[in-house]
Design a binder for this molecule. Structure first.
Ligand code: AMP
Ligand code: ZN
Length: 485
């Protein structure tokens, strides 16, 4: 079966065909770096990693872009609280985010643009919207997108000029509630949104010059500018958590198509901003929305601190279909551990048998990869895909126990598993004596972040946690080093 994916634009599962095969442009809204990512955020990032790997499994060449939102309302609030400069505050969280991605075995995106490195592109995009009369500067000095003028604008191929196409709302039927300058707002709040926010004293020294005075970009224009700068004015897949469909993604479409793109001229535009929108459902923890006060708020580091591995967290996050709300529980992580134990035992026995094989490496046995592909290409049906894996484990165990499996056949089965593991990335890591475990590295990165944020109590607690895992941190002039205790 060729790859089929749900498209939020059409509300249906469609064949996914890139516009210029085999190349695929994939953009994912990345983290807002004001804190450590929680397991909900990482559900979305693991989903993005799965999409990327499935595209590659289908022979496509993916360019994966994930932005880092490093200027935004919440970040500015934290800067006021901590007194830190913008990059001094955000850098440690970017490092921590990358360490967490590694721990969860997510391939690093090919490009990780930071919003603050693309202010020029954002200004250019806002300028085009101003020229077209679909943006205006208000009395507060900020620049807003004019939804009414956009809807009335001249249409051209690749721009429906219809606000509400992604989330299927009709702004004409909604009460217009004026303007919003906040980056996030409610679904029933259809209003002109800020493209450029005029500098206010609370912004401190976070501002840039623009034709409309000093200020900073709104969150939505950041993703329009960065995605088109790296993937072109029209690209194949845009992905994010379901909460981003409105207003964030709806606003991205309006800005990008309304401006006629970042490079192209209006009439050269032939295709929509994005052809295929993918949204992942949210994650609940122990049945409830995560919140610090409920005590069910877990960062990836919290889970590692409880003794779970990134591999176990990845397995659990990959066990549910991306369009279903997923209830993450610690009991689920225990279940992940025992399921992976069964896999490891089977792979171990296959390896022992295969070690007796002579001759060249065999080609993969076709059964598992075929069943797996059939399932995963059906809008990423992971339940069926895991079903295929566990059926295969049972079959191999039977064959191993009966003594029927020849060393060459065992090697062919291992090669089959390796081919699907290019998607799942769940095989046990070959352990080497001096390799520092990923969760210890992640804790060390968190300690660096805590020190930079001058949270020394947290840094000390992390040192103790690392010690309890059998490792010591030594601070050296070239940075912290990890050694076995
Ligand atoms: P943020 O760092 O808040 O901008 O969020 C980064 C990504 O995580 C976005 O794609 C969000 O949609 C996603 N996200 C936030 N909370 C959850 C959750 N509870 N479950 C799944 N994804 C989430
Ligand atoms: Zn975005």
């Amino acid at each position: 079966m060729s790859l089929r994916l749900h498209n939020t634009l059409t509300r249906s599962v469609e064949a996914f065909v890139p516009s210029a095969p085999p190349q695929v442009g994939l953009y994912c809204c990345g983290p807002t770096v004001y804190d450590f990512g929680h397991v909900g955020n990482f559900r979305t990032f693991v989903f993005a990693d799965l999409v990327r790997r499935v595209l590659a499994f289908n022979g496509m060449q993916v360019t994966h872009v994930m932005n880092v939102t490093d200027v935004e309302d919440k970040i500015l609030r934290r800067l006021r609280e901590t007194g830190l400069a913008l990059r001094a505050f955000t850098d440690p969280y970017i490092e921590a985010f990358l360490a967490d991605l590694d721990v969860l075995r997510c391939l690093r995106p090919h490009h990780l643009p930071r919003a603050t490195d693309h202010i020029g592109d954002m200004i250019r995009l806002i300028g085009r919207l101003m020229e077209r009369g679909i943006a205006y500067q208000a009395a507060d000095g900020s620049v807003y997108f004019n939804i009414e003028r956009y809807q009335a604008a001249e249409r051209w191929p690749g721009c429906a000029c219809r606000y509400g196409q992604l989330v299927h709302i009709d702004p004409g039927q909604q009460r217009q509630t004026g303007r919003v300058s906040a980056d996030e707002y409610d679904k029933d709040h259809v209003a002109d949104f800020a493209l450029w926010k005029a500098r206010v004293p609370e912004d401190g020294d976070v501002f840039w010059d623009s034709p409309w005075g000093q200020g900073r970009p709104g969150w939505h224009i950041e993703c329009s500018a960065m995605s088109m700068a790296l993937l072109g004015d029209s690209f194949d897949i845009h992905l994010g958590g379901e909460d981003l469909a409105f207003p964030h993604h709806e606003d991205e479409i309006a800005q990008s198509e309304g401006a006629g793109g970042l490079r192209g001229d209006l009439h050269g535009r032939k295709l929509p901003f994005v052809r295929h929108w993918l949204h992942g459902a949210h994650l609940l923890v122990e049945g409830r929305k995560m919140s610090k006060s409920l005590g069910n708020y877990f960062t990836v580091r919290d889970l590692l601190g409880r003794g779970f591995s990134g591999r176990e967290v990845r397995f659990l996050l990959l066990s549910a279909h991306y369009r279903e709300t997923f209830n993450f529980t610690l009991a689920g992580l225990e279940g992940a551990r025992s399921a992976l134990g069964r896999l490891d035992e089977c792979l171990g026995k296959l390896r022992e048998r295969a070690a007796l094989a002579a001759g060249p490496a065999p080609s993969p046995s076709p059964g598992l990869p075929e069943a797996f592909k059939e399932a995963i290409n059906d809008d990423l049906n992971v339940s069926r895909a895991w079903g295929a894996v566990f059926d295969w484990i049972r079959e191999q165990n039977r064959a191993l126990a009966s003594g029927d499996l020849t060393p060459a056949a065992a090697a062919a089965e291992l090669a089959a598993f390796a081919s699907i593991d290019a998607v799942l990335a769940i095989a046990p890591a070959p352990a080497t004596q001096d390799e520092t475990p990923a969760h210890v590295v992640a804790l060390a990165a968190e300690r660096v972040a805590a020190k930079k944020a001058r949270d020394f109590a947290r840094a000390d607690a992390l040192r103790a946690e690392i010690r309890s895992m059998g490792w010591v941190v030594e601070d050296t002039p070239s940075g912290p080093k990890l050694k076995r205790a």
